[in-house]
Structure formats: C-alpha cells, structure tokens
Design a protein around this ligand. Structure first.
Ligand code: ADP
Ligand code: ZN
Ligand code: ZN
Length: 727
C-alpha cells in the first residue's frame, strides 16, 4: 500500500473567522467526497461552524491525529460554481481578507447558517427568442425538438414538468442551460421600442459589436444624458437573445427603482434585484434564480458583484467612478475591479459607463487596456449647462448664500422652474462659537468641532457620533453671544424657506431621508408642476432624473480645493460635473453656479474652460510626477487603540515585520488624518510601490504575521489594498 492510499481524505474548508487561511478536516468513509463549493458543518473550538469546501486533498500539513472530522455535508451540488468560488478566493487574496468571511459574505444571509436551499417559486416554462429561432432553423432534434414544439403552443406549467418522462426532463434541463427556454414569468412582455440611436450611439454600438468574442473592457465615456443607457440596453438585448445573463451594477440603492423600471419596460423581461434593501428571503431568491440561470437580467449595488452567473454574457458598471463601489469595512473590495476579474474568468465583455471616469480608468484606457468610446453630446440635443463662478470675496453672503445666487433662484422660480442648492454638510452649522472670547464647541474625544443641529437642539460629533446639549451661554466666558459659523443643509433650508416662503422646499440629507432613497423622497414630496427648491447633500448628486430642474448651485467648492487628500481634486471635479448634469435635462437649458473664495484656482479655471477631461489629463500628469496612484500602488494599515502607546507599539511592530525591499516605500507609522475617534486613537502605516507585484508579494506574508503579533491583541486593525481614503 502506498502512503496516499492510507492517508485520510482531507477537506480544505473556508470558515467565517477573521483569519487568512483555510482549515483542514478529515472526511469519514461513509461520506462521498464532496465537490468544491458545497457547504459543510464542522467542529470549531467548542462549537460548530458552517464553511465552504475549497478542495478535497489527500493529505494535510497538520498531523492526522489533530484533524477533526467533518460533521455534515449540507449540499449535493456546489452552492458556488467553480468560477465564483475562484473569483471570491481571488478577492480575499487580493484585498487581504479571510477567505471564509469572503465566501460566506458572498452568499445571501439566508444560506449562511446551513439551512437547506429554499424552493424557488414554482416554475412554468416558456420559449425564449433564442428558442424560437432554434425551432425555426430546425437546430434541435429528438426530445428537445418535441419540447420546443410543445412550448411554441403554450407555457409548460410546473406540474407538467414533474410528469415528463426522464428523457424529456433531461432535454428540458439542456434547453434551459442553452437559454432556449426560460421561466414563463421571464418570457418577454412586449418591450417599448428603443429610440433611433444617434450617430455617436450607433458608432459606439458598432464598435462594441466588432469586438472579438470573449473578455474585453470598454469605457463608455459619455456626458450626462448622452444616451449611455441606450447603448447598455442594446447590448443587453443581444445578450438575452443568445440566452445569456447580464449583470448591471449601479452605485446606490436610490438608483435601483428607476433603473429597474427602465430595464423592464425596454427589455420586456423581469429584472432580478440584489441589494441590501431587500429582505433576506427576496435576496436569497434572486441569488438562487441567478444561480439556476432563471434570472436573465440582474440589477444591484456593490455586493451584487458576487452574484452567480452560470450563463454570463455581459457586465455593466454604471457610474464606474463612484466611490460607493469600494467596500469600506470587512473585505475592502472594489466592485468594479472584482467585476473585471470575473469577466476575465467568465470570458465576457464589461462595459464601464461614466461622464466622469475615474483617473485609474482613464489611465487604463490611455494605455490601451480598455477600449475608449465617447458620447460627447446630450442625446436629445439639449445644450450642456452653462457653468459660472460666484466670487465670494466680492460678495457678501448670508447663511452661505450670496446675492447673485439668491437672484438666480428668484429668476428660476419666476419662470416656473425648479432649482437645487447643494452643500455636502448636514446640520445647521459646522461650528458653534463665542463672539466674545473665541471659544467653540468641540468633541472632547476627537478634538474636532461639534456640528450644531438647531432644530434637534443638540451638538453632534460627525466623527464619533457623540451628542451634547447646546450650552445656553458660553461655558468659557459666560457671554450669551454664541453664534453659528459656516453653514450646513439645515441652515440653508431655514434661510431659503424664509426668503422664498411660497416655494415648496424639500431637504434631502441623512437626517431628513433615513431610508437613504433620495429618489423616493423626491417622488413623494416634489410637486409635479411649477417652481420648487431642493436642498441637500451628496445624496442629491447621483443620477436622478429631474426634468424640471434648471438651476444647480453649489454653495462652496473650497473644501475640495485645499484638502490634504490627493484624491480631493478628482472628487471635486466629478462632483461638480455630476451635479451640473442634473440641470437642464428637460426642455429648458440648465445653469450651474459655484460659490468660491478662490475663483482663480487652476482646477476651477481648467474645469470651466476645458471640461472634465482636460482637467483629468492634468491631474494625471500631477499624479505621475508625484508617483501617486494610478502610477503607484498603495496599501494602508489602519489601527485604533484605547491608548496612544498601544497604537504605536503595534504600528512599530508591524513596520519591523516588513521585509526590507527597495521596491516598497514605507510611510509612517503616523497618526491618522483624523487622529481621534471617540475615546480611541487612530494611526496608520502606508506602503507604496511602483510595482503592484512586488507590493503584493510582501503583503500576504505580512498580513499573516500581523495576525500573530502580541501587540495586535488589544486593538482593532485592518488592511486596505488600493485605499480610496487616506484616513
Ligand atoms: P445617460 O445614461 O448617458 O445619462 P440616457 O440613456 O439616460 O443617458 O439618455 C438621456 C435621455 O435621452 C433619456 O431621456 C433618453 O430616453 C434620451 N435618449 C437617449 N438616446 C436617445 C436617442 N437616440 N434619441 C432620442 N432620445 C434619446
Ligand atoms: Zn466666550
Ligand atoms: Zn467625536
């Protein structure tokens, strides 16, 4: 007998624990060898855990006597297919997470605790377009042909499927895999006809069709309203006709409803949704329908990038520049980057759409890695909005509003049109201070000013969430001259309501719109006709279509001009272009006003004269010169501790644990840009390299050392690969 024959069968299992490794278990003789991707229950410590089998191997590095046996195998067939399993493991490896946490998080909540798969809605089957074509071209034979002929007459109810002879059930499964038949509820209703594409759209579509089949990445770079969605729709239709699946990602939940409606009306199939606003049951159902191939078009936010796609045909990432695609805790993956990896594994094309592509994406396009298609003008031939600066050095402003801004608002309302005032700060004022002695209300922990929420009558730390009552008099000198400094959305709302008492006003920020669906708030609270005013934060900036909006005002762009974060100029430019894109989408032309104390700032001048792409080109030049991403690669170790000494003891030990490499620059340990968060101290260590490979080779072994450092025990730490935030 050879060694391998006597060696126990060993399963390598991914478990949802925060350790970057797999765990080995033996498999009793009585169990059949399970396949990768099935769930198992295994003993772990004093309890049991649900894990996912990654491989079945002959032996383990752990002595056989220490290996425990698997308790139960929970699935007959893999829950995650080979591609999804490999892609999620790749994500865990790349973003330095625990493979088990990544895999279990990729499953809908309802499937994480080992329950049996819920039954899908009873299915009736109907013929797809592809099936109709196959029948007409006599491309099927035997049982398959018989089934198609039967289906050509009418949908086949689920009860009849169970009664079919075995050969026909096999044929049915084969036809489903080929996309020739689909769930009856997915059978096309009559779609609304597409508008005739304009020249730019047809050219883009022709170039997409000319791409060789298989993996490709295309940046669809088109101004807001240029008709990018029409191009996605045309491609999705083609994919559906081949019996394949399309996955569409949008950056936030608020955009799901209107996108789903448009996709459904235009494609005539049901749209399956995957986002965190759904109940566990609905999410599990959509996920299982994706896995079975029944879901033809999947629409979701960031986490939908983990959807199973057995018949994948196309991935679309709308607003690809949006920072919401990056997960900011746990496994800090980037949905766009993971989508690219999956498309490569699946051998399918990816469409990245944006009016303001990320600098990373523009750089990849310039290097020829992505095809770059442009839609330079609005589809409906409306002029681009006119953008103007208001120089706050020459204008008095009250409550953050200058006279020219108020005049423009008045003129807009007088024409019966709607306006939006944008300010990325909620609350009444970011600072409450004393006019007598200069005292200001600060968070005792974070050493940052507290935001005054006037209606709620409290002070709030936007960093740690601490709440405090508003002092009636200055605690330092006893004066009653406490005053608001700066302005937030609440102050704008109050001032504007006073100034325009007859104009319906809706404020949209995290305080007023808890559901996080700005669109729903607007739909219910915005009047159909006549003038109206919107005041809000970032929540208003994303792609909502408000046809009667003609004026957009940003009350201050200055914070973005002088931030220490090297990405701030890119973000500010994207934000300005995106909010400007909200204006003038209907029949009236749009107008954009930006208030600033720095009207000569090169960023503003270039954005106004040359537009986003000219500015992006010079920002990329600056990044190249400064050796910053995308011309370098970053990884950030963040830590938080109750004591400053413990924080730096850990960061120092982490630094010492790094191999000496000329290819990697180590910056820190240093305090985080915001060094206090509540009672905790925050610090970080930044790794930078011109070579992605060199950085990654160092990172994985380093992460494993960090897990074992004694200094790591009393604090929280995390690793962020390709961080988007420097704090
Ligand atoms: P984007 O996705 O680039 O913001 P959309 O696809 O939403 O642009 O198009 C903007 C508006 O223009 C929509 O109302 C859409 O129906 C309309 N539109 C797009 N393409 C055309 C076209 N070829 N002809 C007429 N209207 C169009
Ligand atoms: Zn005072
Ligand atoms: Zn605080």
């Amino acid at each position: 007998m050879t060694q391998a024959d006597v060696a126990p069968r060993v399963l390598r299992v991914a478990l949802p624990v925060p350790l970057r490794r797999l765990f080995d278990y033996t498999l009793a003789e009585s169990f059949p060898a399970p396949i990768a991707g099935v769930r198992v229950r295994v003993p772990f410590g004093r309890s049991t855990r649900i894990g996912v089998v990654v491989e079945c191997v002959a032996g383990s590095a752990v002595p056989a006597a220490q290996l425990k046996p698997v308790t139960a195998i929970l699935d007959d067939t893999p829950l995650l297919d080979a591609e999804l399993l490999a892609s999620v493991l790749w994500a865990a490896e790349y973003w330095l997470g625990s493979p088990g946490e990544a895999l279990l998080n990729a499953l809908p909540v309802a499937l994480r605790d080992g329950r049996a798969l819920p039954a899908l809605r009873a299915q009736a089957w109907a013929m797809s377009e592809a099936g109709r074509a196959a029948l007409q071209a006599s491309r099927t034979r035997g049982a398959g042909l018989a089934l198609l002929q039967r289906l050509a007459a009418a949908a086949l109810p689920a009860e009849c499927v169970r009664a079919l002879p075995a050969a026909e059930r096999v044929a049915l499964a084969r036809l489903r895999r080929g996309g020739l038949i689909i769930a009856a509820e997915d059978a096309p209703t009559t779609p609304i006809a597409a508008p005739a594409l304009n020249t730019a759209q047809s050219d883009a579509l022709a170039r997409l069709r000319a791409q060789p089949p298989g993996f490709s990445v295309t940046l669809l770079d088109g101004v807001t309203g240029s008709g990018k969605t029409e191009v996605y729709l045309a491609r999705i239709r083609e994919v559906l006709a081949q019996g394949r699946q399309a996955l569409v990602l949008v950056p936030e939940i608020g955009l799901i409803a209107q996108t789903a409606q448009r996709l459904h009306a235009r494609l005539g199939v049901s749209i399956d949704l995957l986002h965190s606003g759904l109940s566990d049951g609905l999410r599990a159902e959509a996920w299982l329908r994706a896995r079975s191939g029944a879901a033809r078009v999947l629409l979701g936010t960031r986490s939908a990038v983990f959807a199973p796609l057995p018949h994948a045909g196309l991935l679309v990432i709308d607003e690809e520049h949006d920072a919401s695609y990056k997960q900011q805790d746990g496994l800090r993956y980037h949905a766009r980057d993971l989508a690219l990896k999956r498309a490569q594994a699946l051998g399918i094309p990816v469409l990245l759409g944006s009016a303001t592509p990320a600098l990373e994406t523009l750089s990849n396009a310039a290097r020829g890695r992505y095809a770059h298609l442009r839609l330079p003008t609005r589809a409906n031939a409306r002029p681009a909005p006119r953008v103007e600066l208001i120089d706050l050095r020459r204008q008095r402003s009250e409550h953050g509003l200058s006279a020219p801004l108020l005049d423009a608002l008045g003129a807009t309302f007088a024409r019966g049109e709607q306006a939006m005032v944008f300010r990325n700060r909620r609350g009444y004022a970011p600072v409450l201070s004393c006019a007598q002695c200069g005292w200001h209300a600060g968070c005792p922990h974070c050493a940052r000013p507290l935001t005054w929420h006037r209606a709620a009558q409290r002070l709030e730390c936007h960093l740690c969430g601490r709440l405090q009552p508003v002092p009636p008099i200055c605690p330092a000198c006893g004066s009653s001259a406490l005053q608001a400094q700066g302005h937030g959305t609440e102050r704008l709302e109050t001032a504007l309501a006073e100034r325009f008492p007859d104009i319906p006003l809706v404020r949209v920020d995290r305080e007023t719109t808890r559901t996080r669906s700005a669109q729903a708030a607007l739909d219910t609270r915005l009047p159909e006709h006549g003038p109206a005013l919107l005041v809000g934060t970032q929540m208003l900036a994303k792609g909502h279509d408000l046809p009667r909006l003609t004026l957009v005002a940003v009350t201050s762009v200055d914070e973005g001009l002088y931030s220490i974060d090297f990405r701030a100029p890119e973000r500010l430019a994207q934000l300005i272009v995106q909010v400007a894109g909200r204006a003038g989408r209907g029949t009236q032309p749009g107008h954009v006003l930006l208030q600033t104390r720095h009207p000569d700032h090169p960023l503003l001048l270039q954005l106004l004269s040359g537009g986003y792409h000219a500015l992006a080109a010079s920002l990329l030049d600056e990044r190249r010169a400064a050796r910053l991403p995308p011309f370098a690669y970053h990884a950030l170790l963040r830590a938080e501790a109750a004591h400053e000494a413990a924080l730096f003891a850990f960061l120092d030990a982490a630094r010492t644990a790094l191999p000496n490499s000329a290819a990697i620059e180590i910056i820190g340990p240093m305090p985080a840009p915001l060094p206090r968060r509540g009672p905790r101290w925050c610090g970080q260590l930044l790794l930078a390299s011109a070579q992605r490979g060199a950085l990654h080779r160092a990172l994985k072994p380093w992460a494993l050392v960090l897990e074992t450092l004694p200094q790591a025990r009393a604090l929280r730490w995390s690793l962020d690969v390709d961080p988007l935030e420097m704090g």
